[in-house]
Structures are given as structure tokens and as C-alpha cells.
Unconditional design. Structure first.
Length: 243
């Protein structure tokens, strides 16, 4: 199968980094197609960034549909543009936060989210509520580490993440969900150090995409995720026009 791994920010180095993590867990027959939008923020760290990135990622979803991919993964922990992407896609679209939350509940009674910027905590809280996982999450921890700092993580920054993980475990968590796609390559190391399950959403989404494909399950198009109504668009979005 072919999985379109879409990094919604425009940092190509991070795209390649998360693609390596995805390939490491994918089946030998699975092809990972890593992409990032041509336009948009270098990293997504606030609501403005997310809105702009969401518009750009829809163009990439549309392009990938012409490649006959079997699934799309939105590789940003805010799951930006997920509902809209499911409307225009003909195959499953998986957000990495939703994927990570699901797997965390299969291996622990309560999990914690360890993320980057403190101002993104509200986004994680919103997603936990939307997906119905508030009761299973013991807390959200953020050290204000910038997303782009994850590309080449310093020893000091790694210790910050490790400290947040240890605090989360001390306060009741049994597993850790990493709250940024840029942390994908850290999951194995952190799990070995902490001795608990550490779930990265990129790898979780890859395995869920493969499972859906093997089960023959695709996106439901009869209701909320049906195709958008045809209409005219103006200006920079006129390429979405349909009569």
C-alpha cells in the first residue's frame, strides 16, 4: 500500500525525519510518500499557523489523491484540517493525535501528553475532549520547547522532555503520548529510559492506516465526510471552484 505522510508545516528536514520513523515501523510492502506544503508556516505553534497550514495541506491532499494512495496521514499533533481533508479524500485520513490517543488507551489505564509549546496545551485539551479521551488523560505537560528545536535536539532540551515525562509518571500517568510529530524519532529511546510505553502519533497512524487497508475499511462518504458542495471560489482559492 501507499501512505501519503503529510507534514502540514513547510520544514522539509522535519518531513524527512518523521518519514524515517514511519518507514521503520511500516510493513515491507508499504510505501511511505512524505510531503509538505509549498506554502505556509515553517512550524505550527499557534492558531494562526494552524489555520494557514490547514488551507495549504488541503492542496496536498488533493494532489496525493491523483497518485492513488491508500491513506493520508496528517502529521501534526493539532490534527489541522482533519475534517476538511476527510471531505475531499476518497481514502482514510488519520490525524496523529487521534491515532496516538487510541493506542495509548490500549496499553494503559491513564496516559499523559508531553508536548512542546505551552500555548498548544489548549489545542491538546480540545482534541482530548473531541475524541472522548479526557478521562484517560492524566495531564498535559509542556516545556516551551520550540518545534524546530526538535530537528537537532540538544542534551539540555532532551533533559527537559525527559523531566516532563518523569513528572507525568509521578503524577499518575502509565504511558506517554508525544505531542509533536517532530518527536517521532524519540519514542523508542524515551520508552527504554522510562520503562513505560511511549507512543508517537506518526508511527501509530502508519500502523492504523495499514490495519484499515488490510481490513478493507475506507472513509464513510454518506454523511459528514461526504464531498463538499460544488461552488465558486475567488482569488487564491479559485482552483477549488466547481459548478
Amino acid at each position: 500500500m501507499q501512505i501519503h505522510l503529510l507534514n502540514p508545516n513547510t520544514c522539509q528536514a522535519m518531513t524527512l525525519q518523521m518519514a524515517e520513523a514511519a518507514k521503520a515501523v511500516a510493513l515491507p510492502s508499504t510505501v511511505i510518500l512524505p510531503r509538505e506544503p509549498e506554502h505556509g508556516p515553517l512550524s505550527i505553534e499557534c492558531a494562526r499557523d494552524e489555520v494557514i497550514a490547514s488551507a495549504a495541506l488541503l492542496d496536498e491532499i488533493q494532489k496525493a489523491e491523483t497518485l492513488a494512495v491508500d491513506a493520508h496521514i496528517i502529521a501534526c499533533f493539532g490534527d489541522p484540517g482533519l475534517d476538511a481533508a476527510r471531505e475531499i479524500a476518497s481514502v482514510p485520513v488519520i490525524g496523529i493525535a487521534e491515532a496516538a490517543f487510541h493506542l495509548a488507551t490500549l496499553v494503559s489505564y491513564r496516559f499523559a501528553v508531553v508536548t512542546t509549546m505551552k500555548r498548544t496545551i489548549a489545542t491538546a485539551e480540545h482534541l482530548l475532549g473531541r475524541y472522548g479521551f479526557e478521562q484517560q488523560c492524566s495531564g498535559i505537560y509542556a516545556s516551551d520547547l520550540a518545534v524546530l528545536d526538535l530537528e537537532q535536539l540538544s542534551g539540555e532540551h532532551y533533559e527537559l522532555l525527559l523531566s516532563d515525562c518523569r513528572r507525568a509518571l509521578a503524577e499518575g500517568a502509565e504511558a506517554i503520548v508525544l505531542g509533536c510529530a517532530g518527536m517521532a524519532y524519540l519514542a523508542g529511546e524515551l520508552s527504554g529510559t522510562l520503562g513505560v510505553p511511549v507512543i508517537d502519533g506518526v508511527c501509530a497512524a502508519v500502523k492504523l492506516a495499514e490495519s484499515l487497508s488490510q481490513l478493507g475499511l475506507s472513509i464513510a462518504k454518506s454523511g459528514q465526510y461526504g464531498a463538499p458542495y460544488p461552488k465558486l471560489f475567488k482569488g487564491r482559492y479559485q482552483h477549488w471552484s466547481q459548478r
